[in-house]
Design a protein around this ligand. Structure first.
Ligand code: AOF
Ligand code: ZN
Length: 309
C-alpha cells in the first residue's frame, strides 16, 4: 500500500539538509513495515551518506528482520552510480527491501532512470511520482541546474516606494540607502545560505560594499562572483554551471539585474519594497513580464514579494 503521509514525512526530513547539501539535492527517506515507521534518514551533508543509507542504518536491531517486508519511501530516485558513496539502489537491493516508493526522478545524467531500472531488474516493486510536484519543488535549484544547463537563478533587490534603489548626493552621485529591514536581512541570509554563488555588479560592490555573507543566519557563505563593466551573462552562468554550481543569486545593482532580465536568465525574483520615498536616485529594474506573484510577506513596514516564472 502506498501512503502519501510517509512521503510527506520523507519531505519533512529532507529539509533537514537545507543549506548543507548543495550542490547535491535535499533527500529524505522513511522505512515502513506493518504500518509503522522503523527507520528514517536524510542526506545531512555534502559528501556524506545519502538519505537511504541513513534511513536503513537507523533501523533498530530488533526491527531488522522486518526489512524483508518493508517499504522505503524516498523523495528522489535512489542513485545508481558510484559517486562519493556507493549506489543507493544497490544498497536497497542488498538489504532485501521488496518495495520502493519514489517521489521525483533524478535528472542527474549519472542516474536519470537507472536507479529505478536497477531495482526493478532485481525484482523490486517500484512505484514512482508520489507527491512528485512537492519533491521537485523542494529541489528547485538542483532540478533547474540539471535540466537547463545553467544554475537556478534568483534576482533580488530592495526598492523605495517610488521604485528607486539608491539615492543621490548634491553632485548627483549615487549614495546607498538602507531599504531592507533588519528582520528581512535575517530571511535574506537564510536564502543566501541556500545558494552556492552570489553575483553583484562592480558599482554595487563599490558603493554599497555589501558583505554578502550569511552572518545573521549561519551556514556556508556563498562564493561571491564579481563582474565589472559589460558582462555576457549567459556565458557567465553557463561557465558557473560547468564548474558545478547549481544556484545563483544576483543581488544588483540595476544594470546587472537588467542584463539578466533582458537575457531571460532567472527563475525567481524577490523584491522588497520599503515605504520610504526617495524622490530621485537609481531607478529599480522593471519586473520581467513572465513572472507571476507567488507570495508576499510583510516585514516591519516592508513588503517582500516573491515572483516565480
Ligand atoms: C540518492 N540519495 O540522499 C542523494 C542523492 O557525489 P554523491 O555520491 O553524493 O552523489 C551525488 C548525486 O547523487 C547527486 O547529484 C544526485 O544525483 C544524487 N543524490 N541520491 O539516492 C540521496 N542526495
Ligand atoms: Zn544515493
Amino acid at each position: 500500500m502506498i501512503e502519501e503521509k510517509y512521503m510527506r514525512r520523507a519531505l519533512q526530513l529532507a529539509r533537514g539538509g537545507e543549506g548543507r547539501v548543495a550542490p547535491n539535492p535535499m533527500v529524505g527517506a522513511v522505512v515502513v513495515a506493518n504500518g509503522r515507521i522503523i527507520g528514517e534518514g536524510f542526506h545531512r551533508t555534502y559528501g556524506g551518506p545519502h538519505a537511504e543509507v541513513n534511513a536503513i542504518a537507523s533501523v533498530l536491531p530488533e526491527d531488522r528482520e522486518l526489512l524483508s517486508e518493508a517499504t522505503i519511501y524516498v523523495t528522489l530516485e535512489p542513485c545508481s552510480h558510484y559517486g562519493k558513496t556507493p549506489p543507493c539502489a544497490k544498497l536497497i537491493i542488498d538489504t532485501g527491501i521488496p518495495h520502493v516508493v519514489v517521489g521525483a526522478p533524478d535528472p542527474n545524467p549519472l542516474v536519470a532512470g537507472r536507479g529505478v531500472r536497477m531495482m526493478r531488474e532485481a525484482g523490486i516493486r517500484v512505484d514512482e511520482d508520489v507527491l512528485k510536484d512537492e519533491c521537485i519543488a523542494l529541489n528547485k535549484r538542483f532540478m533547474t541546474a540539471h535540466t537547463s544547463g545553467r544554475p537556478w537563478i534568483q534576482l533580488k533587490w530592495a526598492e523605495s516606494a517610488d521604485r528607486r534603489m539608491a539615492g543621490v548626493d548634491e553632485e548627483g552621485r549615487p549614495v546607498p540607502v538602507r531599504l531592507s529591514s533588519p528582520l528581512s536581512s535575517v530571511w535574506m541570509h537564510r536564502e543566501r545560505a541556500n545558494v552556492e554563488a552570489i553575483m553583484v555588479g562592480a558599482n554595487t560592490r563599490r558603493i554599497d560594499n555589501p558583505r554578502l555573507d550569511v552572518r545573521y543566519w549561519g551556514g556556508r557563505n556563498p562564493r561571491v562572483v564579481d563582474c565589472s563593466g559589460e558582462v555576457d551573462c549567459r556565458r557567465l552562468v553557463e561557465d558557473l554551471r560547468k564548474e558545478g554550481v547549481t544556484s545563483l543569486m544576483v543581488e544588483g545593482g540595476a544594470k546587472l539585474l537588467n542584463s539578466f532580465i533582458r537575457e531571460g536568465l532567472y527563475d525567481e525574483v524577490r523584491v522588497e519594497t520599503s515605504p520610504v520615498v526617495l524622490g530621485e536616485g537609481l531607478r529599480a529594474p522593471a519586473l520581467p513580464e513572465d513572472v507571476h506573484l507567488e507570495k508576499t510577506e510583510r516585514c516591519r513596514g516592508n513588503i517582500i514579494a516573491f515572483y516565480r516564472r
